[in-house]
Design a binder for this molecule. Sequence first.
Ligand SMILES: Cc1cc2nc3c(=O)[nH]c(=O)nc-3n(C[C@H](O)[C@H](O)[C@H](O)COP(=O)(O)O)c2cc1C
Length: 188
Amino acid sequence: MKLIIAITGATGAIFGVRMLDLLKNTEIETHLVLSPYATKTIKLETKYNIKEVEEMADYVYAYKDLGAKISSGSFLVDGMIVAPCSMKTLSSIRIGLADNLISRAADVMLKENKKLLLMTRETPLSTIHLENMLYLSKMGAKIFPPMPAFYNLPESIEDIVDHLVYRYFDQFGIHLQAAKRWQGLNQK
Ligand SMILES: Cc1cc2nc3c(=O)[nH]c(=O)nc-3n(C[C@H](O)[C@H](O)[C@H](O)COP(=O)(O)O)c2cc1C
């Protein structure tokens, strides 16, 4: 399987980083693009530097490299995750702007009817944000904000992050052994 992972400048860079970390050394090929603001949130919010994050991916592309292979619908890829997805990137995907490799690759996913998962992150949400999400949802994108669950009794931030990351992977049929799954109220 080949997956494009894009990290944009919304808070929550750790989600995209954790995905790369879990997929490194697996048979899943990762293709990474970082927006300029993602490089800032990675430095601010995580213990990793940009080199370490890039080394987790199989392939890394420059944000402005619109000539990269993932910019083309002819490149065979299974889907794309934008984690986290800022409201700016959300809006550029919604209008098909395609002026950087993240919005272009997402545009390609939509035109090729491939899986596009947007971990949209902002709060509170304006009508503009909600309308952009609704529009893209109707086009087939999966709108999946990072909303924590508590039924699994997380003990750390890592638990909360991992639970969500496993749910994102489920969307692509990637089912990791470590994922804790709800067993029913009487099974606790
Ligand atoms: C620390 C930090 C946190 C941010 N968090 C968010 C956020 O949660 N959601 C959002 O839409 N924008 C957020 N922003 C603003 C985006 O980074 C900004 O809109 C930027 O233009 C997004 O560009 P990009 O999508 O190309 O990364 C944040 C910025 C900073 C510096």
